[in-house]
Design a protein around this ligand. Structure first.
Ligand SMILES: *[C@@H]1O[C@H](CO)[C@@H](O)[C@H](O)[C@H]1NC(C)=O
Ligand SMILES: *[C@@H]1O[C@H](CO)[C@@H](O)[C@H](O)[C@H]1NC(C)=O
Ligand SMILES: *[C@@H]1O[C@H](CO)[C@@H](O)[C@H](O)[C@H]1NC(C)=O
Ligand SMILES: *[C@@H]1O[C@H](CO)[C@@H](O)[C@H](O)[C@H]1NC(C)=O
Ligand SMILES: *[C@@H]1O[C@H](CO)[C@@H](O)[C@H](O)[C@H]1NC(C)=O
Ligand SMILES: *[C@@H]1O[C@H](CO)[C@@H](O)[C@H](O)[C@H]1NC(C)=O
Length: 303
């Protein structure tokens, strides 16, 4: 026989293919120490029913409730059969506890999303030493001052503290978060003026401080946020006038400012914002004519 039986070749190939697949499916597991950390995290957040083990990687549960999605999602990165948790999402889970300091023992964690729970207290100092990139604690019951040590997490790209009970002034240390793309502080009880150090957030794309108790006037340094696409200051407590330096924000797409008292001003110069789509300037004490340039703004949909 010139050629050997093809089965003799195919069978081992087929078997190793199957073996490889099951290897990939079942051999990559979460080490016991990280599973233990997840179990402690659940308890700290006020849930005594969840139980995590070696199979807890890439497990996701989504439940639609009235207009919202409750989500439990643990994502891992795996190498050589060992996995590490990178994303922890416990959203709309009615968690009544506090933010877990234990996540400091998940060294690969990048994303923490605990939005829409009943978590109280503040952000644990242990988080300051982590390399987190994304923190959302939207819609909880966190209170006290925004901790200065948040400024240590320079890897942060997204920080959402909205709809909590944070009070006091925004710490100048937040200006150290030079990788921030998104900073959302709306619906808290924040006071004082915005610290000038925030001018250093040169990568900022989205800044929102609606519904707070800030005082003082809208700072001229917002002009430093050259890449900014979205600016929201509705009833922030800040007063007018809108600084003329706003004209430097040439990449704005959404501009919403409302309820600023102070002196009457003319319609601000927004004419270099070629991509602007929505302009809302409500109760801003603007007088005089709407400048005719407005009709040349080709992307504008809402004024
Ligand atoms: C989880 O998903 C990541 C990214 O898709 C992948 O690299 C990893 O192998 C998966 N782990 C497990 C245990 O399925
Ligand atoms: C879980 O989170 C990861 C990382 O954000 C995401 O890629 C994945 O799509 C999520 N799973 C589900 C089912 O939404
Ligand atoms: C994975 O295995 C490869 C080859 O055996 C090795 O070079 C690498 O260092 C291992 N990586 C980890 C994270 O253990
Ligand atoms: C934040 O960084 C400063 C300066 O490196 C350090 O002194 C401080 O202990 C850090 N804070 C926390 C809570 O880790
Ligand atoms: C502005 O806020 C600061 C800090 O909370 C406070 O000390 C100051 O009295 C306030 N000023 C006014 C005019 O309300
Ligand atoms: C603006 O004036 C109104 C009426 O005097 C007052 O109720 C409101 O608190 C003032 N807002 C600010 C931001 O000062």
């Amino acid at each position: 026989m010139l050629f050997p039986n093809p089965i003799a070749f195919l069978l081992p190939a087929l078997l190793s293919f199957v073996w490889l697949n099951t290897h990939q499916l079942y051999a990559a597991t979460l080490p016991q120490d990280e599973a233990n950390v997840l179990n402690q995290v659940a308890k700290t957040m006020g849930n005594n029913d969840w139980s995590f083990d070696a199979g807890s990687c890439n497990v996701s549960e989504q439940v639609s409730t009235v207009g919202m999605i409750a989500e439990k999602n643990i994502t891992c990165t795996c190498q050589n059969g060992t996995c590490h948790v990178t994303h922890l999402v416990f959203k709309l889970q009615s968690l009544p506890g506090v933010l877990p300091s234990e996540i400091v023992n998940l060294p690969y964690l990048k994303v923490v999303d605990f939005a829409y729970n009943y978590l109280s207290g503040t952000i644990p100092p242990e988080w300051a030493s982590m390399q987190l990139e994304f923190i959302s604690v939207f819609g909880n019951r966190l209170s006290g001052s925004i901790p200065t040590y948040l400024g240590n997490i320079t890897s942060l790209r997204y920080l959402d503290l909205e709809t909590n009970q944070f009070s006091g002034q925004v710490p100048p240390e937040i200006g150290k978060l030079v990788n921030l793309r998104t900073l959302r502080l709306s619906s808290n009880r924040l006071a004082g003026n915005l610290p000038v150090q925030l001018a250093d957030l040169e990568n900022l794309l989205d800044f929102r401080i609606n519904d707070n108790n800030f005082n003082g006037s809208i700072p001229a340094f917002i002009q430093s946020w050259k890449k900014l696409r979205r600016l929201e200051m509705q009833a922030s407590g800040l007063t007018g006038p809108i600084p003329s330096s706003i004209s430097a924000l040439e990449n704005l797409i959404t501009l919403i400012i409302s309820d600023i008292n102070g002196t009457t001003q003319r319609f601000p110069d927004l004419w270099n914002m070629a991509a602007i789509n929505r302009i809302v300037l409500k109760k801003c004490n603007i007088a005089g004519q709407i400048p005719p340039q407005i009709w040349q703004m080709s992307q504008l949909r809402i004024l």
